[in-house]
Design a protein around this ligand. Structure first.
Ligand SMILES: [Zn+2]
Length: 305
């Protein structure tokens, strides 16, 4: 059964028709992120309706992944950053149901990404999996015994906000200090590079510099190595405490190259107890994972009824 799926992020809204592990009829628009929840939901539904009209057959359900802390049971956005103005408190499920006339299910975007990778990507055949998405920020999701861990406040998987030594004293986006995200996210890499060199560079450019022999290359290598190593140390701690059968690394920073991956593995080797040290750590491989995942989540909820 095909599902009409939406992914509402801080910069863009994506939509598609999902059948199994594949999303087609893909389209996207910029998120009117500072215009408030009504404008965001209007833009999301206009996009989804356009996708629906271009597809054969009518999808029977709408599945919505969104940035922010999402309570999938009540359908609310319980917390969100300023990236989406006034998004916290939005009754996302009712709002999208009223616009679409379709049954709607909602889920946090990283939880959706995790579920997609678990059901249709690298996680197939595993009972448990930890996904870490390393992009502008660092998010994650944890599947244990085939169930997505949501957490009692729906915050489970915020793995960017664990302490690592290299981030000691560094301010984090969450308002605390010393967290992994401050040194290992794309934003953290850019800020650490700026602090070391006085030169503003995008994260992708820092990763490129780290592979060359230019005046700023040594600084770039140090920043990329610290980012990967800190992530590896944190993953080691999570292997010890959660014992997932598989760790999947997604997001733009996971494409930073061999220097970064080697540093990740070195950090894991230093931190993980011997019994879990051989847990596979692999790159994600599912396209449109949040769309596929939120649709798969919607299907799973439907089957449980
Ligand atoms: Zn934090």
């Amino acid at each position: 059964m095909s599902v009409l799926a939406l992914d509402i992020g801080g910069t863009k809204i994506a939509a598609g028709i999902v059948d199994g592990g594949v999303a087609t009829h893909l389209a996207q628009v910029p998120t009117p992120s500072q215009e408030g929840p009504t404008a965001i939901m209007d833009a999301a539904w206009q996009l989804a309706d356009r996708v629906r009209c271009g597809a054969d057959g009518a999808p029977s359900r709408l599945a919505v992944a969104s940035a922010g802390v999402i309570d999938p049971l009540r359908g609310f956005v319980t917390s969100a950053t300023d990236a989406l103005r006034d998004w916290a408190g939005t009754d996302l499920r009712s709002g999208m149901d009223a616009r679409s006339g379709l049954p709607v299910s909602v889920l946090n975007d990283v939880h959706a990404h995790t579920w997609g990778e678990y059901r249709h990507g690298r996680g197939r055949g595993h009972d448990s999996m930890l996904l870490i998405a390393v992009g502008t920020g660092i998010g994650g999701g944890y599947v244990v015994d085939g169930q997505l861990a949501l957490g009692s406040a729906y915050v489970a998987g915020h793995v960017g906000h664990v302490d690592v030594a290299a981030a000691d004293g560094i301010a984090c986006s969450c308002g605390r200090t010393g967290h992994l995200e401050g040194v290992a996210s794309g934003t953290g890499i850019e800020q650490r590079f700026l602090a070391a060199t006085g030169e503003p560079r995008r994260g992708g450019e820092v990763a490129r510099l780290a592979t060359t022999d230019e005046p700023l290359s040594d600084a770039a290598r140090a920043v990329i190595t610290t980012a990967g190593h800190s992530l590896g140390r944190a993953i080691g701690g999570m292997l010890n405490s959660l014992d997932p059968g598989l760790v999947v690394l997604a997001g733009s920073v996971a494409r930073a190259g061999d220097l970064w991956w080697d540093a990740v593995h070195r950090g894991v080797a230093e931190s993980a107890m011997t019994i879990v040290a051989d847990t596979p750590i692999v790159p994600a491989d599912l396209d449109n994972a949040a769309l596929v995942g939120v649709a798969a989540w919607s299907n799973a909820k439907e089957e449980q009824k």
